[in-house]
Structures are given as structure tokens and as C-alpha cells.
Write a protein that binds this ligand. Structure first.
Ligand SMILES: [Mg+2]
Length: 316
């Protein structure tokens, strides 16, 4: 296996396993998840989405759609990315069970704008309330592109912003996607999780984003995130809280299994928390470290791996 293929598979399989593991607990309160979560095996989902064990949701599906578009176009193409998202939304392409489930409000508004002929780069909403984690959860293939292509910084920032903006065009979401990308890139370069964290804390995001936007990430960028007590992490789908939780779970644990479990036990948006955490920890520890039961129980794993293999060919 080439190095590119291994890293892509570590990241995307890590994301999908986290997503599928978190799906049955989506929207449960933290105390309910703590009481109910049995993470030894993938569970069927009955309360919110009727899904069998091992089914991945919108997070993985939109991530695969984005990766497939990057492969097909040999780079980011906003219209083609949107077409792939619509193929998921309407035809359940990229799904694990033939059902497109889990779509969030801001994503669904962006997709319906696209269906009405709005250009893809103008579909993402720009309101403060549109800062859910729906771009962050699927940005990994773009982040991998940035890691492998080593673009000039201006181009890299523009790419991450545009790729996110297809559904989420507010600066807060764009910065969240960029911080995630920077952290993942450092891990890919071989940094430890602590070194990668120091890197993002030193990065001068205020040169590119307004002071007020950078300020909302202060609990991450102040360098003290790992010390934050658990009860201070919000139960929410806000992009800032999601990135806080994923980095916190990554920094406070020592394995993929522990990190993903910790993120699910934070409650509420469990599938996305575990997907984002899983994508980072897949790269950090290698997908071979993902518990075998989880890897085996993930639906359509060979399909997911074949999309990773196609994407990896661009870098060989
Ligand atoms: Mg989801």
C-alpha cells in the first residue's frame, strides 16, 4: 500500500467507523449516552433513524461524495461537488444502506438552492445561525488534498473556504475547517498530537479572519483545551463546539478506541463528533488500530476503500 493510500484510508475509514458507531446515540443527552452507550459493537439505530448496525450517515456520505468529485475532476470543482451531494441527497448515492439520512438544516437549504439553479459557490448560507458542523464533518478529503499537494498558503485557505462554502459560507465555519485542516496536515507530517496542537495555537489566523471570528475559537487556540473540564464542553452541533470536542477527545486519550468512545459519550451530535475525532485518530494511530469488531461491522467497507484507492491514484 502506498503511503498516500494508507493515510487516505486511515482518515476516511476512521471517520466512517466513528460516524456509524455514533449514529444510534444521535441527539441523546450526555447523561443518557453515558447510561446507554455500549460501544463494544456497532448497534442498530431505532430511536431517530431506523438503520442497521454499521450504517454510516450524512457525514461519511458527503465526505465520500466530495472525495469522488475530487477524483473525477482531478481537483476541487464546486459544481461537480454539488452534483455529487445532490446525487446522495436524491438518489442515496454514497450511502451505506440506500437511504440518505441525517441531513442537517443548513445543508438541506444549500442543496435546495442548487436544485433551483443557484451557482454552487453561492448556495452555502452566511448567517451566524448557519454555523453547524456540516462542512467540518466532510472537509477531510480537501484537507488530505492540501496535505499532499502542498499548495501556497493563500491557495490552500481559498480552497478550504470554497469547499466549505458550498454548504456553509460563514467565516466561523470556514475557520473551523481551516484549523481542522492544519491540525490534520501536521499529523500527516508526523507531528505528535500535542505538537500539532501547538502548531494551530501558534498559527496567526487573525491575519486572514476577523478578530471576532478568531475569538470564538479561543478555547482551542489559547493552548489550554486539554485542561478544559469535561462538563464545560457543550452538547451542540455548533461547528466551534464540534471542533473543540474532537480535539479535546484526541488530546486527552491514547488510542482511536478511547478517543472515539470519549467523543460519543459527550452526547448530542454523537455521529459527527465521532466522525471528526475518528478522522484525526485514524491518521494518528493508523486504521489497523481501530478495533477489529468495528472495522468488520462497518457496512460497505470495501466500497469505501475502493473510493479511497481511486483518490490515492491522483497522488502516486
Ligand atoms: Mg450524521
Amino acid at each position: 500500500m502506498t503511503n498516500h493510500l494508507k493515510i487516505i484510508t486511515d482518515c476516511i475509514l476512521g471517520l466512517a467507523v466513528g460516524d456509524a458507531l455514533g449514529v444510534p446515540y444521535e441527539f441523546m443527552r450526555r447523561d443518557q449516552v453515558e447510561a446507554a452507550a455500549d460501544l463494544r459493537h456497532m448497534k442498530a439505530s431505532s430511536s431517530f433513524h431506523e438503520q442497521p448496525p454499521g450504517a454510516w450517515s450524512d457525514d461519511t456520505a458527503m465526505c465520500l461524495a466530495s472525495m469522488d468529485s475530487l477524483t473525477r475532476c482531478r481537483g476541487f470543482d464546486a459544481e461537480d461537488t454539488m452534483a455529487a451531494f445532490l446525487d446522495w441527497y436524491r438518489n442515496a448515492a454514497y450511502s451505506s444502506t440506500g437511504v440518505a439520512f441525517g441531513v442537517g438544516g443548513t445543508v438541506s437549504r444549500a442543496l435546495s438552492s442548487a436544485l433551483h439553479g443557484v451557482p454552487a459557490l453561492s448556495c452555502g448560507r452566511r448567517g451566524f445561525r448557519d454555523n453547524g458542523n456540516g462542512a467540518l464533518m466532510r472537509i477531510a478529503p480537501i484537507s488530505l488534498w492540501c496535505a499532499f499537494r502542498e499548495l501556497p498558503r493563500d491557495e490552500e485557505v481559498q480552497l478550504v473556504s470554497d469547499a466549505g462554502a458550498v454548504t456553509h459560507a460563514h467565516e466561523i465555519s470556514k475557520l473551523g475547517c481551516l484549523i481542522y485542516t492544519d491540525y490534520l496536515k501536521e499529523l500527516i507530517r508526523g507531528a505528535s498530537k500535542e505538537q500539532a496542537y501547538s502548531f494551530i495555537c501558534r498559527e496567526r489566523y487573525s491575519l486572514r479572519f476577523t478578530f471576532s471570528t478568531v475569538a470564538v475559537y479561543d478555547r482551542i487556540l489559547n493552548g489550554r483545551l486539554p485542561e478544559l473540564p469535561r462538563y464545560k464542553l457543550a452538547e451542540s452541533g455548533y461547528v466551534v463546539n464540534t471542533l473543540e470536542a474532537a480535539l479535546w477527545a484526541t488530546l486527552r486519550t491514547a488510542s482511536y478506541e478511547e478517543a472515539v468512545g470519549e467523543s460519543i459519550r459527550l452526547g448530542y451530535d454523537t455521529d459527527t463528533l465521532a466522525a471528526v475525532t475518528g478522522s484525526l485518530c485514524g491518521v494518528l494511530y493508523g486504521s489497523e488500530s481501530i478495533p477489529e469488531a468495528w472495522r468488520d461491522e462497518l457496512l460497505k467497507r470495501s466500497y469505501l476503500e475502493s473510493l479511497c484507492a481511486e483518490y490515492a491514484k491522483l497522488f502516486s
